[in-house]
Design a protein around this ligand. Structure first.
Ligand SMILES: *Cc1c(COP(=O)(O)O)cnc(C)c1O
Length: 410
């Protein structure tokens, strides 16, 4: 099962319902089986010229072709990286270096990107680039008209995520890509949440660069890829040997690459079945949990990742809720894994206009296709109880119930 997790604590084994697949996923059996031969048998270096190395080189080439095939690219357009973050960094830095050669230093992005994008843009700002973050609509969407309006003569890059990792909204990528293509501006998309979950076609969707990460689609951690359309000169983040056509030094992580290729192929082959199943469970959860009084669903209802459930509950702290859920057997998240531990509310929820107080009370459940009906019903039983429990302990909530303070959500 990909959706349950065993935790050993003080000699006891607990089985948890794992509903945090946007943070990471359990590796599939297919992915693990695809990796083992590259640790046990074919462990040569693909750069070595003798037979044992060349066996690895052939496998590497086949993995590259299979991954390219899943997004309708060619194998020469795939560059392996250490994950989604590195792919985002390399795409953005490369576009910036291309831009500055012709004096173009304006970059368009959005306020709710992943920190791998936002922090890379911050670094470029310090170098003198001008970064314009588009406003996100209340439903979690960015529209092509916004991009068209923002593009200038000196724009060197538009980088807009394919699907948001917190609230699950899916952008009109093909239309945004078309706007950029027409105006001759490079278009990168962080597709880490989309790859393996939505059908991607870089050709038809006018995408110049795209980031993906294996551990978000039941592959191993620490491996990802950057797709860069033929002819786009990449800038190295890591200097070294001639690996990745000289654009990323370091001996290839063969087991991880083979695991990633297997996981992506498996996910893409099953996309229709998984989507149908996930949407059914997702809608049941959204419908059931939004009945909790003084709550709101975040993100767009139509353009939404199949497995994403995201709500805010007034009068509670998301962190308290997820710790309580942990105690009751459910692994969930208050938003992005990267900001947990900090007390600031999620930049994504602020970007869609949620007030601080509401943004603090967030819950994200991100599903995998093999949850059982019983697990979904268990979540529907436990979450409202936990919300009630926390609200009853809160002085702020007592003020609201007694009318001394206004409710912000109906
Ligand atoms: C997880 C994630 C990343 C980072 O990927 P890593 O492989 O963990 O570096 C980047 N962007 C989005 C949208 C993500 O969800």
């Amino acid at each position: 099962m990909k959706s349950s997790m065993k935790i050993r604590k003080k000699g006891m084994v607990r089985t948890m319902i794992y509903a945090d697949n946007a943070a990471t996923t359990k590796m599939s059996r297919t992915a693990i089986d695809a990796m083992l031969p590259y640790m046990e048998e074919i462990w040569g270096n693909p750069s070595s010229l003798y037979e044992a190395g060349q066996r690895a080189a052939e496998a590497l080439q086949s993995a590259r072709e299979r991954i390219a095939g899943c997004i309708h690219a060619t194998s020469q357009e795939i560059y392996f990286t250490s994950g989604g973050s590195e792919a985002d960094n390399q795409a953005i830095i490369s576009a910036a270096r291309i831009g500055e050669r012709s004096g173009k230093r304006h970059i368009i992005s959005s306020a709710f990107e992943h920190h791998a994008v936002l922090h890379t843009l911050k670094r470029l700002e310090k170098e003198g680039f001008e970064v314009e973050l588009l406003d996100v609509h209340g439903n979690g969407m960015i529209y092509p008209e916004q991009v068209a309006e923002a593009i200038r003569e000196d724009t060197c890059l538009v980088t807009i995520m394919y699907a948001n990792n917190e609230i699950g909204s899916v952008m009109p990528i093909s239309e945004i890509g078309a706007v950029c293509r027409n105006k001759g501006v490079l278009f990168h998309t962080d597709a880490v949440q989309a790859a393996g979950h939505l059908a991607i076609n870089v050709e038809e969707e006018n995408i110049d660069m795209l980031s993906l990460s294996a551990h978000k689609f039941h592959g191993p951690k620490g491996i990802g890829a950057l797709y860069a359309r033929k002819g786009i000169p990449l800038t190295n983040l890591i200097e070294g040997g001639a690996q990745e056509r000289g654009k990323r030094g370091g001996t290839e992580n063969m087991p991880a690459i083979m695991g990633m290729a297997a996981a992506l192929e498996e996910s893409c082959a099953n996309i229709d079945v998984y989507t149908e199943r996930l949407c059914r469970m997702r809608n049941r959860l959204l419908e059931g949990l939004s009945r909790i009084p003084h709550s709101t669903v975040n993100g767009d209802m139509q353009n939404r990742l199949p497995g994403n459930v995201h709500l805010c509950f007034e009068g509670i702290e998301g962190e308290s809720l997820l710790l309580l859920l942990d105690d009751r057997g459910i692994c969930a998240s208050s938003g992005s894994a990267c900001t947990s531990g900090s007390l600031d509310p999620s930049h994504v929820l602020l970007a869609i206009g949620r007030p601080h107080e509401i943004a603090h009370g967030s819950l994200r459940l991100s599903l995998s296709a093999d949850h059982t009906e019983e697990e979904i019903e268990e979540i529907l039983r436990v979450v409202p109880e936990a919300v009630d429990y926390l609200r009853n302990m809160s002085p702020l909530w007592k003020d609201k119930i007694s009318g001394r303070r206004e409710f912000l959500l109906p």
